[in-house]
Ligand binder design. Structure first.
Ligand code: NAP
Length: 288
């Protein structure tokens, strides 16, 4: 049987090489690609994530700076920080690490990032540009999902695609980009009455919920392509920890035509897409 796993890590490595070549091209024009990430409150998980991000950027030739603000910082100070980064012409990309402390409104702050420098594609203006067909920067996870699907060679135009999970960061942008590719979209969420009735029709099934084992063999159509966005840390019977997706991968494997592994699927591709968006921001700024 041909390999059904979609090699997200391998595709991501290729994309990183392309980004590195693009960064060199910008350097030849005397410009640098520079990403500044803002982290509010210092947690070990946040610091570790930022460190990984720094390594990924630097490997692609992108310079990376982390601005850490205290956890009790007020909204005005975060806004002033973002405004200064927007105006600094040496900074080509900006991102705001989530989650934020509860007293800060993430969406309102993401709105403050200059859409051209918004490398995560989270400013509502960037979502709007996608809707109107004038995409500047699209959300990274949704771009990653589209690339993984395209890597299978499947025709998206007219395909029956079902997305499970409707968050602003994952499910909704994924559905939006799939509809841009002319797939026929069903977006399932917490109020969906009969989840299996929808997922069983899916030629392409994308799951982004955060519930391990939500999708089992009975939810999946024979020959479907399954993209598992979920990342969940579970504790096994022997007390050890494991990272799994939302799909019972072992159970659905015999039925699917292709499926992304967790880890090694959407995760590495999302990081690579952040780098690609960072390059795109710099290119957009250079062309203005
Ligand atoms: P989220 O904000 O919690 O959103 C989950 C969505 O699923 C919500 O729309 C929720 O509805 C819905 N939902 C909950 N139970 C459901 C059910 N039984 N059937 C259908 N829909 C249901 O989470 P998220 O940020 O979108 O992340 C989802 C998962 O993807 C997480 O595991 C996260 O770690 C992972 N993720 C991975 C990447 C990556 O790069 N690989 C990127 C982003 C997210 P309600 O809000 O109404 O409950």
């Amino acid at each position: 049987m041909a390999e059904k796993w979609i090699d997200g890590a391998g595709l991501a490595a290729k994309l990183r090489e392309e980004v590195a070549a693009g960064v060199k091209n910008i350097a030849r024009q005397g410009r640098a690609v520079h990403l500044t990430a803002v982290l509010v409150g210092s947690t070990p998980a946040g610091e570790l994530y930022a460190q990984r991000q720094r390594e990924a950027c630097e490997a692609a030739g992108i310079s990376y700076e982390l601005r850490t603000l205290p956890g009790d910082v007020d909204r005005q100070t975060v806004e002033a920080t973002l405004a200064a980064l927007n105006h600094d012409t040496s900074i080509t990309g900006i991102m705001l690490h989530l989650p934020l402390p509860r007293h800060l409104d993430a969406t309102a702050l993401q709105y403050q990032i200059n859409p051209i420098k918004d490398v995560e594609g989270v400013n509502p203006a960037n979502i709007g540009y996608v809707v109107y067909g004038h995409t500047l920067i699209a959300p990274c996870t949704a771009l990653a999902v589209i690339e993984l699907i395209k890597s299978t060679g499947v025709m998206l135009r007219g395909a029956e695609a079902v997305v499970v999970g409707a968050s602003e960061i994952a499910g909704k942008p994924i559905a939006l980009l799939l509809s841009e590719q002319m797939a026929t979209i069903t977006l399932c969420h917490i109020a969906t009455r009969d989840l299996a009735a929808h997922t069983q029709r899916a030629e392409i099934l994308v799951v982004a919920v955060g519930k391990p084992g939500l999708i089992t063999a009975e939810h999946v159509k024979d020959g479907a392509i399954v993209i598992d966005v979920g990342i969940n840390r579970i504790t096994l019977a022997d007390g050890s920890k494991k990272t799994v997706g939302d799909v019972d991968a072992e159970g659905v494997y015999p039925k699917v035509s292709r499926i992304t592994p967790v880890p090694g699927g959407v995760g590495p591709m999302t990081v690579a897409m952040l780098l690609k968006n960072t390059l795109r921001s710099a290119e957009l700024l250079t062309s203005r």
